[in-house]
Design a protein. Structure first.
Length: 239
């Protein structure tokens, strides 16, 4: 489960780079879309990604059932959160379920109308390779979709803040010094990923793709500064 989680984080970084491209230039984003599209390597990558998502969720479901079975009726005796236990760690499955539901929505909005439509030869009102137009269609001026995605990024942030360092711990880096550092890194990574996704989504809502470059740069700087502030609040940073 840790390996699948780390792989999905790498994919989030890749997806984030595409969104950043779209915020700067719709034409550049469409170039990336055309390079991916329904080409064989993109299709293979999609199946690999889907396999990792399924593996990750199945393992999460199995672990949740095992934990509930191990605790038995004891889970009903204490309702307060134990000391030094993160809220996210107690709600990872619920957070993951929220993330999964929005992944399904995102797949319908983009993958189904882009890669799938191209593979199936389905013709719609928008060219399957015109990813910029799809972004404008779903986000520009659409407050409902924008708010839903911001909720998604919030759930993802909580999921990543615990999931990243937990995955590292599972791989063996779990001594008292390094685990605190990895917890700090988790806060930074989660804030940068989810913060930039959120900022870019707001840019799409306000201006669509290819928004004002200076505003996007200022927003990215703000997110990075927030990540640094979050790290400093965790006991003096990553020392």
């Amino acid at each position: 489960m840790s390996l699948s989680g780390l792989f999905l984080i790498l994919f989030l970084l890749f997806h984030l780079s595409m969104n950043v491209t779209a915020a700067f230039s719709g034409a550049a984003y469409n170039t990336v879309c055309s390079l991916l599209g329904a080409n064989w390597y993109a299709v293979v990558g999609t199946f690999v990604l889907a396999a990792f998502v399924i593996i990750h969720f199945v393992y999460a479901f199995m672990l949740t059932l095992q934990n509930r079975k191990a605790r038995g009726n004891d889970r009903y005796l204490i309702s307060a959160r134990p000391k030094n236990v993160e809220w996210a760690s107690q709600n990872m499955f619920v957070l993951g379920l929220i993330v999964l539901l929005f992944i399904i929505l995102h797949l319908y909005q983009f993958w189904y109308h882009m890669m799938f439509a191209e593979l199936a030869g389905v013709e719609g009102s928008i060219n399957p390779q015109d990813g910029a137009q799809f972004i404008n269609y779903y986000f520009k001026g659409n407050i409902i979709v924008t708010v839903l995605y911001l909720i998604w990024f919030t759930a993802l942030w909580f999921h990543l803040t615990h999931g990243f360092w937990s995955a590292i711990q599972t791989l063996g880096w779990n001594n008292t010094i390094w685990i605190k550092r990895w917890q700090c890194v988790s806060q930074i990574v989660a804030t940068i990923i989810c913060g930039l996704f959120a900022v870019i989504t707001i840019v799409f809502f306000v201006k669509g793709v290819g928004g004002d470059l200076s505003q996007c740069q200022d927003a990215c700087h703000s997110v990075c500064q927030s990540a640094c502030d979050a790290a400093q609040q965790m006991g003096g940073g990553c020392k």
